[in-house]
Design a protein around this ligand. Structure first.
Ligand code: SF4
Length: 260
């Protein structure tokens, strides 16, 4: 895949935006089966905003969980309607959450039995929730496995990862490959301040929780406000404090093209 420009952390925001467009444009040309992963956090919204300028009907997908804040579901519905995203939502659940019904969303339900069984077992054995005792397994079942399905028919996906978000994201590259699946990170060099400048200058309404001091949003029990680095509030008081859910660290496809 050819990219005509390069940027660094110290480049201007306008240079970074231009570069992000360049990356996305070339990725779409190289990988027609491509989509944007959107968590409806600030970085995702900037990425979707730029990507939709390049290709207004570019596919958007979201992996939601039963533990996402209700404000995330409300924001997803609102932004999907206003930006005409036609988001495909993947969620482990036995029925479509009421808020996602009768909308322009394409909701894909995934089997809930394994999660329910493991969550019940954990509570029975420890008296605590699965996300407190074994957040890796909780994320695997609710986020990683659904993400494998979301990318199963794709050759590439576009994400809103940024190098300065936290200790686990410092080494990410703009173009990555795992198991034959290409990942494009067009806003990798944006700083947190630049993300907010982009949002403010484009009149984008952010998720409500940022006004409450949150800097990185995930599921409600695993997100907390504040922190020295943006992701410090994720999974506080667990083994993976400030870490990753696994979507960006595990292979979502095997080389044969099958999910693993
Ligand atoms: S972020 Fe927390 S609640 Fe959400 S899937 Fe991961 S461990 Fe479970």
């Amino acid at each position: 895949m050819v990219v005509n420009s390069t940027v660094k952390i110290e480049s201007t925001l306008e240079e970074k935006i231009e570069h992000a467009r360049d990356l996305i444009e070339n990725a779409i040309r190289a990988y027609p089966r491509i989509a944007v992963a959107c968590s409806f956090g600030k970085d995702s919204m900037v990425t979707v905003h730029i990507a939709r300028q390049v290709k207004p009907d570019l596919k958007i997908f979201a992996v939601m969980t039963q533990f996402k804040p209700k404000e995330t579901f409300e924001y997803l519905v609102k932004m999907d309607r206003e930006w005409r995203l036609g988001t495909t939502v993947y969620i482990v659940a036995d029925k479509i959450p009421a808020i996602l019904r009768n909308r322009s969303l394409d909701v894909r339900l995934l089997p809930v039995e394994e999660f329910n069984r493991k969550a019940a077992e954990t509570e029975r054995n420890t008296g605590r929730k699965i996300y407190q005792v074994d957040p890796d397994e909780c994320c695997r079942l609710l986020k990683v496995e659904p993400s494998k399905l979301a990318v199963a028919e794709l050759d590439a996906w576009i994400c809103g990862l940024r190098n300065t978000e936290g200790r686990t994201r410092v080494d990410y590259q703009e173009i990555e490959e795992k198991g034959g699946l290409i990942k494009i990170n067009p806003i990798l060099t944006f700083t947190e301040a630049e993300v907010w400048r982009y949002i403010a200058t484009r009149g984008i309404e952010p998720h409500l929780w940022y006004a409450r001091g949150y800097r990185s949003l995930g599921c409600a029990p695993c997100s907390h406000p504040g922190g020295v680095l943006e992701r410090d509030g994720r999974w506080q008081d667990t083994s993976k404090c400030g870490g990753e859910c696994g979507i960006h660290t595990l292979a979502l496809k095997s080389q044969s093209g099958k999910t693993n």
